[in-house]
Write a protein that binds this ligand. Structure first.
Ligand code: FA5
Length: 343
């Protein structure tokens, strides 16, 4: 047999074997293909080997070498097909192959929620004014949410309809010193927690969630955030309160913001004010503030004759809304990515 014909038939066999192995859709089909090509008795490669004996003697070395190459290739193709079927069961034969060189899809990066961003900025700014950020629990007892803040049992602010109570004192077992639990309605609770454990002077802020059964509207939400500030030392006055809040407003909003104090009442400050800030030609209430009531100092063991202090509590949703010109704070909680990704 002429060498050229032998090699041609051999290559043809190699191509056929590869096509049949690739087309095998399950283990049984592949085993049948293996016997067809590599079977010891009647396999097509065995038959081709017989053709090797018919090649002219001078061509035998190169014919034999080529035969071995094709045989190795067929065995390698069989192994590849076996691995494919072992991994994928009966995966489609011409399904897409994994191509590690194709560029991947870049994941979409998220970012912090605008309220969280505002909290971080407020911490940073107030930190530069010397206020240390502290945290308090969101599930609070009545002592810290009310009593120590000079809000006695009969005060309307303790009405069950105006608070999210989790347990009343009676349900807790009724011992005289046990208090009911509720989701805190204000961050002023943290004033008490700090003063109970820290001797004066103190200069802290506390930022976090508070809860009230308020109907949601453009300026209210049942869950919202407050920033509380407390500064206690000798000789602190309302002038210090106003300076700090003015400095805060001017630095945070970096526009022509004006602040105004409106006389008000909080049981835990005396005198008390509402803090309004100018926005779009109107005044918007940002929070409450005042000089710490002597009764609060007594409740935590501070001497009201020696120390005075101011406290304030601002709504963070409103601060954030003014900063970004958002006219409805409900937008912050709709989870609409088109809105949130603007910040
Ligand atoms: C208080 O909560 C006082 N603890 C503030 C305070 C602290 C006074 C320290 C004196 C000394 P008030 O209930 O007014 O006060 O709430 C303060 C601010 O929280 C409001 O001005 C407003 O900005 C925000 N706020 C109140 N209710 C809601 C609500 N439902 N949704 C969003 N923001 C609210």
């Amino acid at each position: 047999m002429a060498l050229a014909q032998f090699l041609c038939e051999l290559d043809q066999l190699g191509r056929e074997a590869q096509a049949v192995f690739t087309a095998a859709s399950d283990i049984e089909a592949l085993e049948a293909a293996r016997i067809q090509f590599l079977g010891m008795k009647a396999g097509l490669l065995k038959a081709a080997q017989k053709g090797l004996g018919l090649v002219d003697k001078a061509d035998k070395p190169s014919a034999g070498q080529r035969f071995n190459q094709v045989k190795q290739q067929i065995e390698a193709d069989l192994q590849e097909a076996q691995a494919r079927l072992a991994g994928n069961g009966s995966a489609p034969v011409d399904g897409p192959r994994f191509d590690p060189t194709v560029p991947g899809e870049a994941p979409r990066l998220g970012h912090l929620h605008p309220i969280t961003q505002t909290i971080e900025e407020l911490k940073d700014l107030m930190g530069r004014l010397g206020f240390t950020a502290v945290e308090g629990p969101e599930v609070e007892d009545e002592w810290h949410n009310f009593e120590a803040l000079n809000i006695p049992l009969e005060h309307p602010a303790r009405n069950p309809l105006d608070n999210f109570y989790l347990a009343t004192a009676q349900r807790l077992g009724g011992a005289a010193d046990e208090k009911g639990l509720l989701l805190r309605s204000q961050t002023s609770t943290v004033q008490i927690r700090v003063m109970e454990t820290t001797p004066p002077p103190v200069r802290i802020i506390s930022l976090g969630r508070v809860y009230r059964p308020d109907d949601a509207d453009a300026t209210h939400y049942p869950m919202f955030h407050q920033i509380e500030g407390l500064l206690v030392d000798r000789g602190i006055t309302m002038a210090d309160l106003k300076s700090v809040l003015r400095l805060f407003a001017k630095s945070f909003f970096q526009d022509d913001v004006h602040i105004r104090f409106r006389p008000s009442f909080f049981p835990f400050t005396e005198p008390s004010v509402e803090v309004d800030m100018s926005w779009q030609g109107r005044w918007i209430e940002m929070g409450g503030a005042g000089m710490v009531d002597p009764n609060v100092f007594r409740a935590v063991g501070y001497d009201p004759e020696e120390f005075t202090g101011f406290a304030f509590g601002l709504g963070i949703e409103r601060v954030c809304a003014r900063r970004h010109n958002v006219t409805d704070i409900r937008e912050f909680y709709k989870n609409d990515v088109r809105f949130l990704q603007q910040f």
